[in-house]
Write a protein that binds this ligand. Structure first.
Ligand code: COA
Ligand code: AMP
Length: 638
């Protein structure tokens, strides 16, 4: 038996012994009573009775144990022309003072705090400061519009919201403060205070009674000590798209999270204390939580926080520049970032300018890694290019090539094998296990390992209904896929109304709900269509109310603006086909799968349940009118 097999078997056969041992890498104020509490299935809890503080584990203990002068965080911001390094001692000082400021505003254990910030160190400082106080943070990605922020404010009910005056996106300055103000106006819940970090290039006017300037708050504050919390207490809530307009508040606990992430850095990513790890993502996404902030810092690594894009800041050589300048060993990003680089520098001329000798691994996730991008990246870099699959819900990878344990040969299109702790099964709709090469629904046998979601924020019922009720005793991932005869997994895509646009998870169901509010729209559908850069893009179909006489172009522009205003620019919603009717089954279900195939120019069978087959050619014509459903189009081949 190989090393991976031996470790994997141990993790499944005796999870309590396995994770109990891994928990030795974390410092506890009080040891747990039970590693795995399964008394309220399917609500499993890890390390019950244990007490710790996540910020202490990420900062203080490294300072106490000899890493005070090691760089903890490198802020690399090509958009503001800044590179700033913070040692562990410096970062701790900043976090403790900011935590003191929060405490002065009344934030304590169990309170919620929303963080709506661009990619600046203050975002990480704010997260760690909340963790220090035992407060629960909820980071909202900056590309979301006020309406989305308002939904999260009403669900998380924060005492304080932290934001910055703005960010730079391409040639534009985006002001965050007016978006915050609008969101607070829209929300029913009102935060007691808002803290604003003023950036050099854009200043916000503050409301005297509500707003507090970050720098002024910190100037007056005294450093706050770490507050011990229960292992099972929430560290954060991260909202993610579900199938409706109400996002799911994924809860992360303190104890299981710290144990799992600390374990993952060495065992999955082969990255050890003192080494440089870079997740080129955003703190607003789960990758940013786990692998810009918590994972590398819990491990005593140096993390890179990059405020830029793979291209255009200033050119497609930016990633190679950062890797070489900061001695990055492990880079984690989304395949779309590599497709963007490939598009602008297909021959990889920029790589030749940099010394990448310290660079060992490229990890990709967030969407399926298409084989073309895999081959391009592998040929260009001559390093292992590792596809790994995970979800906001799990917080860390479900399948990967765990190079810290044992390297497996890479099979393009596969994210390799289940990570220890994840008992992954392919099931048919009736819950029967399928054999090799049989495509089905991907589920994970319970219990899930530590660090995964214990529940949804104040929504236990929705947790059960979304994840636990499809198959008894399993977590349902909502992804489809199969396993080959060597046990490699192939994740083929979502089986629900969730799409992935440039590695960002979005709900077509939510887009439909918003389009349906347009006064001229009688009926609509939104699907995800393959895109050679962003993986998928949303495309809508609108049936107009009778009597409405509007040019298709006008409808497209109005719906695009509507989605941009309600969800935000990252929805990338641009195309709508105006049609006379939608294809449906005889029982009235919209045939979104068939529409997607037509849009992607794929072969499709006319479903036997269709109400009127003639409608499919109308859909094809409408899609051709907006540039889809064409055999010669450059779709992404998965
Ligand atoms: N705040 C405000 N607006 C934002 C934003 C933010 N934090 N992030 C993105 N946007 C805006 C963009 O400016 C763009 O607006 P536009 O329509 O006015 O041009 C829109 O949202 C779409 O953004 P994006 O999809 O990122 O497109 P892009 O053309 O700017 O960049 C890529 C394309 C591929 C380079 C970029 O999407 C990328 O780097 N993706 C990697 C994603 C990633 O790291 N995912 C995390 C999982 S690992
Ligand atoms: P998110 O919650 O934003 O991380 O998105 C999770 C979804 O992204 C998963 O359910 C998958 O559909 C998709 N995904 C993430 N990583 C991969 C991968 N490596 N291969 C295929 N799909 C992926």
């Amino acid at each position: 038996m190989g090393k991976y097999d031996e470790i994997f078997q141990r993790s499944i056969q005796d999870p309590a012994a396995f994770w109990g041992e891994a928990a030795g890498a974390i410092d506890w104020y009080k040891k747990w009573d039970k590693v795995l509490d399964d008394s309220k299935k399917p609500f499993y809890r890890w390390f019950t009775g244990g007490e710790l503080n996540t910020c202490y584990n990420a900062l203080d203990r490294h300072v106490e144990k000899g890493r005070a002068d090691q760089v903890a965080l490198i802020y690399d911001s090509p958009v503001t022309n800044t590179i700033q390094k913070y040692t562990y001692a410096e970062l701790l000082d900043l976090v403790a003072h900011f935590a003191g400021g929060l405490k002065g505003l009344g934030v304590g254990k169990g309170d919620t705090v929303i963080i709506y910030m661009p990619m600046i160190p203050q975002a990480a400082i704010a997260m760690l400061a909340c963790a220090r106080l035992g407060a629960v943070h909820s980071v909202v990605f900056g590309g979301f519009a006020p309406h989305e922020l308002a939904i999260r404010i009403d669900d998380a009910r924060p005492k304080v919201i932290i934001t910055a005056s703005g960010a730079i996106e391409g040639p534009r300055i985006i002001e965050y403060k007016p978006m915050l103000d609008k969101a607070v106006e829209l929300a029913k819940h009102k935060p007691a205070k808002c803290i604003i970090y003023q950036r050099r290039f854009v200043k916000s006017a503050l409301f005297r009674d509500r707003d507090v300037d970050w720098e002024k708050l910190v100037e007056k504050s005294r450093p706050a000590e770490c507050v011990p919390v229960q292992a099972t207490d929430p560290l954060y809530i991260l909202y993610t798209s579900g199938t409706t307009g109400i996002p799911k508040g994924i809860v992360r606990d303190n104890g299981g999270h710290a144990v799992a992430l600390r374990w993952s850095l060495e065992n999955i990513y082969d990255t050890k204390p003192g080494e440089v790890y870079w997740a080129a993502s955003d703190v607003g996404w789960v990758v940013g939580h786990s692998y810009i902030v918590y994972g590398p810092l819990l491990t005593g690594c140096t993390t890179v926080l990059y405020e830029g894009k793979p291209v255009g800041t200033p050119n497609p050589g930016s990633f190679w520049r950062v890797i070489s300048q900061h001695g990055v060993k492990t880079l984690f990003t989304a395949p779309t970032a590599f497709r963007a680089i490939k598009r602008e520098d297909p021959l990889g001329e920029h790589v030749k300018k940099y010394d990448l000798s310290k660079f060992r691994y490229l990890f990709l996730a967030g969407e399926r890694l298409d084989p073309d991008t895999y081959h391009w990246a592998h040929k260009l870099l001559d390093k292992p290019v590792i596809d790994h699959w995970w979800q906001t819900e799990t917080g860390w990878p479900i399948t990967a090539n765990c190079v810290g344990i044992e390297s497996f040969p890479i099979k393009p299109g596969s994210s390799t094998k289940p990570v220890p702790g994840f008992n992954v099964q392919i099931l048919d709709t009736g819950g029967t296990s399928l054999g090799p090469k049989q495509e089905g629904l991907v589920a994970v046998k319970l219990p899930l390992p530590p660090g995964t979601l214990p529940t949804l924020w104040k929504a236990d019922d929705r947790f059960i209904q979304s994840y636990m009720s499809m198959f008894d005793g399993y977590y349902f991932t909502a992804d489809g896929g199969y396993r080959d005869e060597d046990g490699y997994l192939y994740i083929m895509g979502r089986v629900d109304d969730v799409i992935n646009v440039a590695g960002h998870r979005l709900s077509t169901g939510e887009m439909e709900e918003i389009i349906a509010t347009h006064p001229d729209v009688a009926e609509c559908a939104v699907i995800g269509v393959g895109d050679s850069l962003k993986g998928q893009l949303p495309v809508g179909f609108a049936v107009l109310k009778s009597g409405v006489k509007k040019e298709a172009e006008e409808v497209r522009s109005e719906l695009s603006k509507l989605i941009r205003n309600e969800i935000g620019p990252i929805a990338c919603y641009k195309e709508t086909a105006v049609v006379a009717r939608l294809p449906k089954t005889r029982s009235g279900k919209i045939l979104r799968g068939t529409m997607r195939k037509i849009a992607d120019g794929e072969e499709f069978k006319v479903p036997s349940t269709i109400d009127d087959p003639a409608i499919l050619s109308e859909i094809e014509e409408a899609l051709k009118g907006i540039g889809y459903a064409r055999k010669d189009k450059d779709y992404l081949v998965l």
